[in-house]
Structures are given as structure tokens and as C-alpha cells.
Ligand binder design. Structure first.
Ligand code: HEC
Length: 104
């Protein structure tokens, strides 16, 4: 009986955490898709190559994870991409994993 209750509790926690709560896993692959759709074109136009130089140039602006999230949110608003905050988090996770490597 005790075991059964524990199993239910564990299942409930799992469902909560997989349905986009505050601690949902960030999906960097989804972030890449969103980023490439809405952001990459202009970065390529402005910075040439594959557009990644905006994130790797020596004098890049973003210095920590918080700033990265804020910048992604601002660019989301500016470009009218209409991402939800979970999607902003996915894009930030992708950029961090691929380029910035801050400790979140
Ligand atoms: C219309 C062109 C354009 C679009 C669209 C665009 N960007 Fe940018 N982005 C730029 C330019 C130009 C810079 C460099 C500005 C500077 O030097 O501060 C930049 C800089 C950035 C930086 C800071 C890089 C650094 O560390 O210095 C981030 C992060 C960023 N963009 C994310 C995004 C995201 C996410 C999107 C899509 C929602 C996006 N951008 C869409 C033109 C664009």
C-alpha cells in the first residue's frame, strides 16, 4: 500500500514537471529550430558566414545567462516571433549550449 502511494506521488511529480512548469527541461533542439527560423537570416545578412559570428565575436555583448535570456526575450518582441516564455528559454538554452557556455 505504502509503495503504491509513493508510485502515484512520483507519477504526479513527473507529469507536473513534463507539462511545462517552471522547472521544465529546456529543449535546445526546439530552440535551434525556432532560432534558425526567426533569427538566423538577419544574423547571416549582418555578420556573414553562417551568422554565428554575432555570438562568437570578441566584443560580444552578452555576458551571462540572465542577459542572454533577456536578449532573447527582447529579440522575440522586436521581431514579432511571438514565442512563449518556454520557447524563449529553449532558444536561450540552444545558444548557451552551442556558443556561450554560461552556467545557468
Ligand atoms: C533584423 C536583424 C536581426 C534579427 C531579425 C535578429 N537579430 Fe539578433 N542581432 C542583430 C544584430 C545587428 C546584432 C548585433 C547588435 C550589437 O552589436 O549589439 C544582434 C545581436 C544579437 C545577440 C547578442 C550577441 C552578443 O553576444 O553580442 C543575441 C543574443 C541575438 N541577437 C539574438 C537574436 C534572436 C534570438 C533573434 C530572433 C528572435 C534575433 N537575434 C533576431 C540583428 C538581428
Amino acid at each position: 500500500m505504502q509503495k503504491k502511494i509513493l508510485a502515484y506521488a512520483a507519477a504526479a511529480v513527473f507529469i507536473q514537471s513534463s507539462s511545462g512548469g517552471a522547472h521544465a527541461q529546456k529543449d535546445a533542439a526546439n530552440g535551434k529550430t525556432l532560432h534558425d527560423q526567426h533569427c538566423l537570416g538577419c544574423h547571416i545578412q549582418q555578420f556573414g558566414g553562417d551568422g554565428s559570428r554575432v555570438y562568437t565575436r570578441e566584443n560580444r555583448r552578452i555576458k551571462d545567462y540572465r542577459a542572454l535570456l533577456q536578449r532573447v526575450a527582447a529579440c522575440n518582441a522586436q521581431t514579432g516571433a511571438k514565442w512563449f516564455s518556454e520557447e524563449e528559454a529553449d532558444v536561450a538554452a540552444y545558444l548557451n549550449q552551442r556558443f556561450y557556455r554560461f552556467k545557468p
